[in-house]
Design a protein around this ligand. Structure first.
Ligand code: DOR
Ligand code: ZN
Length: 346
């Protein structure tokens, strides 16, 4: 018998782009309505590279929250070639910063200040290993010789495995994994390795980008992969393995910059994130595994308490809006115009 209601301990989003200023004002309410906390990505322009900037960004986020919201931003630093051990030690002790993001330079949106050679970051990584501050990894090589669809797989061998050899105690989140190889790597790795998985990588394979013509709202990085990879991700997310947890990678871009000759990478999923995940888990016959993935595994990895309170999803068909307000433009949520069977109760 199909169930009509899902109650979950309040979930968190362990990978979120909130942007800043007017753009943040337009999107923050959506995440605050869905999640109790979120790991906030630091790829602003300029990036959030030190504790002082993280504190200031956190203050702007808190000021932008809708009245009465208790949403808690968990801040991250953007790792550069120049991040010092001292900066890491301070950040780890602050209670404000919960991770440090590795963007290989050129890998994605606002990654130009990222790490050009991982060896430049070794003093910072050593301090992270010592303090337990996790490294959050955008796991794609940037070598233009490597096929775009292979960049995550190649990253495992070229960067991840050597990195773990040099820093066996470093705690690592392989962010937004998209391949069977990454799922297998995380499952089989030593203690201290985990991964986030987006709703879009659980629901779609790469065909979604091209059905009936180019569909820019399905374009993100790492790009959607073949069906066998999608299936491996669903298997990982629904396995009950505590190493896998929810991270939307909701990445808002103005409509005109998505529907562009060179469209920006990112899927905007914040307003209907839990509904998308519930859809994927239901298709897999694994709704009973959703709470661990959404609400328990992330806090366990980040050594934070599980939230109190619950949220409820009801079987109640509704149509995702065609567009939502965004400064100077509009924003198109992923799967706009499509009908979802689950709806979060407000
Ligand atoms: O699709 C993406 N969008 N992938 C990323 O890694 C960055 C993100 C963004 O910030 O727009
Ligand atoms: Zn991201």
């Amino acid at each position: 018998m199909a169930i009509d209601e899902i109650k979950l301990i309040r979930p968190d989003d362990w990978h979120l782009h909130l942007r800043d200023g007017e753009a943040m004002n337009a999107v923050i309410g959506a995440s605050a309505a869905q999640f109790a906390r979120a790991i906030v990505m630091p790829n602003l322009k300029p990036p959030v590279t030190n504790l002082e900037q993280a504190r200031a960004y956190r203050d702007r986020i808190l000021a932008a929250l809708p009245a009465g919201s208790d949403f808690k931003p968990l801040m991250t630093l953007y790792l550069t070639d120049n991040t010092s051990a001292q900066q890491i030690t301070e950040a780890a002790a602050s209670g404000v910063v919960h991770g440090v993001k590795l963007y290989p330079a050129g890998a994605t949106t606002n990654s130009d200040a990222g790490v050009t050679d991982i060896r430049h970051a070794y003093p910072a990584l050593e301090a992270m290993q010592r303090t337990g501050l996790p490294l959050l990894v955008h796991g794609e090589v940037t070598d233009s010789q490597i096929d775009l669809f292979d960049r995550e797989h190649v990253f495992i061998d070229k960067v991840m495995i050597p990195l773990r050899k040099d820093f066996p105690g470093l705690r690592v989140v392989f962010e937004h994994i998209t391949t069977a190889q990454a799922a297998a790597y995380v499952s089989g790795a030593e203690e201290g390795v985990a991964a986030t998985i987006t709703a879009h990588h659980l629901l779609y394979n790469r065909n979604a980008i091209f059905i009936g013509g180019v569909r820019p709202h399905w374009y993100c990085l790492p790009v959607l992969k073949r069906e066998i990879h999608r299936q491996a991700l669903v298997q990982a997310a629904t396995s009950g393995n505590p190493r896998f947890f929810l991270g939307t990678d909701s990445a808002p871009h103005a409509q005109r910059l998505k529907e562009h000759a060179i469209g920006c990478a990112g899927c905007y999923t914040a307003p209907h994130a839990l509904e998308l995940y519930a859809t994927a888990f239901e298709i897999a016959g694994a709704l009973d595994k959703l709470e661990a993935f959404a609400s328990l595994n992330g806090p366990a990895f980040y050594r934070l308490p599980v939230n109190t309170g619950t949220v409820t999803l009801r079987r109640e068909p509704w149509t995702i809006p065609d567009s939502l307000p965004f400064p100077g433009d509009a924003i198109v949520p992923l799967a706009a115009g499509e009908t979802l069977q689950w709806r979060l109760q407000g």
